[in-house]
Design a protein. Sequence first.
Length: 549
Amino acid sequence: MARLRIVTPDGKMIEHELTEEGIVIGRSSRAGISLPDPALSREHARIIREDGHWSVEDLKSRNGTFLSGRRLEGKHPIEPDQTLQMGGCSLVIEQAPSPAHSSGIVDGTIFRPATELLDLTRQVPAEGKPRAEESLRRYAERLKLVFDLQQSLARSESMEELLDHILDGVFHHLRPEQGAVFLKEPDGGFRRAAARSSTPGGAELELSRSLVREVAEKGLAAISLDVRVDERFAQAASMLDAGVRSLLAAPLLGPEGSLGLIALCSKANVRTFTEEDLELLVSLASVAALRLRNIQLAAAAAEQKRLQAEVALARRIQLALLPDRLPELPGYALHGGSVPSMVASGDFYKAVDRNDGRECVLFLADVSGKGLSAALVTASLEALSAGPLETGLGPAETFDGLSRRLFERTTPEKYATAFLAILEATTGKVTYANAGHNPALLLRASGEAEWLGATGTPLGLLPGVTYGEREVVLEPGDALMLYTDGLTEATNPEGAEYGKERLAEALRAGQGIPVAEAAARMEADLTAFVAGVPFGDDRTLLIVRRERE
């Protein structure tokens, strides 16, 4: 069994278990792994397993599939831990770990389900049994220890303070030499969040991945009376050399699963842990997990509030980039608009005249990602494009420099798809370049639709890219529409996309009316199509129509 680890353009981590049948990756909701990356094709690539080996097959994608910086053609073998690049996504195949034992004694370490130990510690000893008085006394002592820790942790206001109090409690009651708290990260890994040693210069507590997996991920408590006979500690040379022998570990179990684990260790001549110690550690870890979860929820609420403020700022930045009016071009009608979805994105457009009104520049772009980072890249893209456009450079030359500068100034997951057209007012000639963007729609006066496809990859995605440019002519009655995928990829309740053919039909239906009214009818048709399904992205368009003579 293997798994596919994916890092999306906005930095999110996705893991997917791979099967022998393989899987298709792309933007389409019908793909096995659907990723909202505008640089991906609907069905971009397939990962399959044949004759015991993994291969990647590019499905004639628009922007290509890359392995070690080299664009792949057709099917190509791939080894685990090699990195694939598809659009702004990085993908790595990893071998999944083999299942471990769930309980019992493994390599000298005793594993017991933490939930069972908690149930045992909550049972009041029955009267009349041998040593009942002693059992009741110890039961009362444990309750007091748990209550005292609960009171101590309740006073913690920050994560650092809470972790410090947790270690205070376990060191006071269990007297280990070393201890550490490991917390689960968003990507599924575990980090050492806090550590302590009762002896200066003591070796750091080292845990193997297999032990962490069994304790934290499977909810098993562990006690090892001699770590020398457990292969999990074979690489922990500094710990073994220091004479560490006995170890305890308990999961931090919250209502929604494990948050991490607490681990303690000592030398044999100082402290040998018992199963009673393990029961106590499990009880203390259970109390700690509840308070830990509360702290995390409070931090998440604060982060959510911060993100909302960030999105609001991103929206203000984005709106500030949009033109408040379009140029008046004799013989042509122009209309542009951008309708926000629930969150800010990186859509923007501009239309400016140059050469004393003899030319009109039409520019529309969609930056990868969302939020403040996308809005900032959008602002940078707008600023970087202003100079070349004002000095009269053509679309291809403008994109050559713009892509290079964007690549130098941003991280790899930040790029933009874009369409740039230069319209000559007197002749209607349009010279354009398409940087991995949705094909622009050229609707002839006859009703025939032409699609102006890509002439290069997205801006800032790869170094040293050059762009081609092409020409078309706007005849009287013809219209050119640039748009972002928020329009064509809007879905209805059945999951079907609005699509570019329906978009062409909507523009065709508005040929005899003003372009602003045609755009309004198109938006109404789109709203009726989605039937209440929330829009997943901003919807931006820019239309120019050559009037009939």
